[in-house]
Ligand binder design. Structure first.
Ligand code: G3I
Length: 395
């Protein structure tokens, strides 16, 4: 009889448990697959971002672009519309419209904005470069023009930009001549090396609340720390800027990788992030994509050619993201476009053609890289991955 009662009690308990199942189901955690990148990154206080192509964002025939830009990412960067040629195509006449639209899109979607870019030698307006070339703009006048541009742009967006790329790609590459790394391009040529400190000071004066970044490519890992080591050069430059009291808050590592070259692991990349944080600087990955050569086999759809490229691309995304997750000063991880449908890579690298660089394919199907990024965000945590340390502008 006792056994019978015990079995009866067990049946009642089990029945109770079964009736409780719908309640438990309602409270279950969403699966990783059901979550967005931005939701998973938020667990680490990490912003996950993308560059935005404004033409794609406006294309009524391409609603997936807008939907994914809003739902998957917590920070956005203007791929082109905050560059000088876009903002001031005619001298003294600013065209704020497209950049303002992006800032508004970000506000409506609860996203922060990385401002790109205040000082760069590319995508300058013709009136500026021609004026300098034909001598109607003197170098002294050029310095004033740069100060006025930085002041006007940073004030226009004051309070709306989280991180500004103040100076972009100032350092040369080892394949330039001379091969020892030096300051290259239009601004160094006309204004000398002091333009970098000036730019940070002018930006700080115009918006004391924005984090100010130096941004460059091919600075993911240290080399031999000799004269042709670009990462070491940028580290040394950042150290000198900090030591001189220049208001620089962070260094952005663009993260444009190619599967035919990239050969880093997360520890090598982490060493560089640690070195920058040792200077009291924040870090960020600002333009990540990992492209591959498009052989005839890839273009013909041969999986034996495509699959290893997709795997290598995913693995390199993971290397950069893991290093960022492990550094509490690495504030954001931004991809330079999220779909192969709108990526700068095929238009830029044509001989040999390159592509397959982003997280989604041309039909917005998530690629292996997307899933690896997602898994890294989902399965990271203490003790090695801890929430970001909030950064404030230094001075
Ligand atoms: O503005 C013209 C437009 O009027 C015309 O209709 C169109 C037709 O091709 O061309 C437009 O200009 C293009 C511009 O993007 C805006 O779409 C240029 O040809 C094209 O060269 C330019 O490329 C941009 C590139 O910077 C130029 O330097 C890429 O989209 C952009 O992704 C790329 O971004 C840079 C970062 O700013 C800095 N780091 C490297 C990164 C990749 O190169």
């Amino acid at each position: 009889m006792r056994r019978f009662l015990a079995i009866g009690a067990a049946v009642v308990t089990l029945a109770g448990a079964l009736t409780a199942v719908p309640v438990l189901a309602a409270q279950r955690h969403p699966t990783v697959a059901e979550q967005s990148l931005r939701a998973l990154a938020a667990r680490h206080d990490l912003a996950i971002g993308t560059a935005i192509d404004m033409e794609a964002l406006h294309d009524a025939a391409d609603p997936q672009y807008r939907a994914l830009a809003a739902s998957q990412f917590s920070t956005v960067t203007a791929e082109n519309v905050m560059k000088w040629e876009a903002l001031e195509p005619t001298r003294g006449v600013y065209n704020w419209g497209p950049a303002d639209e992006l800032v508004d899109f970000a506000r409506r979607n609860g996203q922060r904005v990385r401002g790109h870019v205040l000082v760069w030698q590319n995508q300058l307006p013709a009136w500026l470069t021609q004026g300098v070339n034909d001598g109607t703009i003197s170098d002294a006048r050029l310095r004033d023009i740069l100060r006025d541009h930085i002041t006007a742009v940073v004030k226009h967006f004051k309070g709306k930009i989280w991180q500004w790329d103040v100076v972009n790609e100032a350092a040369s590459d080892p394949w330039d001549s001379p091969s020892s790394i030096h300051l290259k391009g239009f601004w160094a040529q006309h204004l000398g090396p002091g333009y970098i400190a000036d730019a940070f000071r002018w930006a700080r004066a115009a918006d004391p609340g924005a984090l100010l970044f130096y941004n460059d490519y091919n600075i993911e890992a240290f080399g031999d720390r000799g004269p042709s080591d670009k990462t070491w050069y940028v580290y040394t430059m950042a150290r000198q800027l900090r030591a001189s009291g220049v208001p620089i808050d962070g260094v952005g590592s663009q993260g444009h990788l190619g599967t035919q070259y990239a050969d880093y692991d997360a520890f090598q990349v982490g060493e560089v992030l640690d070195a920058f944080s040792g200077l009291g600087l924040a870090t960020a990955f600002t333009e990540v994509d990992v492209r591959s050569q498009m052989t005839a086999g890839v273009r013909a759809g041969d999986p034996a050619e495509i699959n290893p490229r997709l795997q290598a691309s995913a693995s390199n995304y993971s290397v950069l993201l893991q290093a960022c997750l492990a550094d509490r000063h690495c504030l954001s991880f931004t991809v330079w476009g999220f779909t192969d449908k709108h990526s700068w890579v095929p238009g830029w690298f044509s001989d040999p053609p390159e592509g397959l660089a982003t997280l989604y394919d041309e039909s917005y199907r998530p690629k292996r890289a997307y899933n690896v990024v997602k898994a890294d965000l989902a399965y990271a945590g203490p003790p090695y991955v801890l929430p970001r340390i909030p950064q404030k502008p230094r001075r």
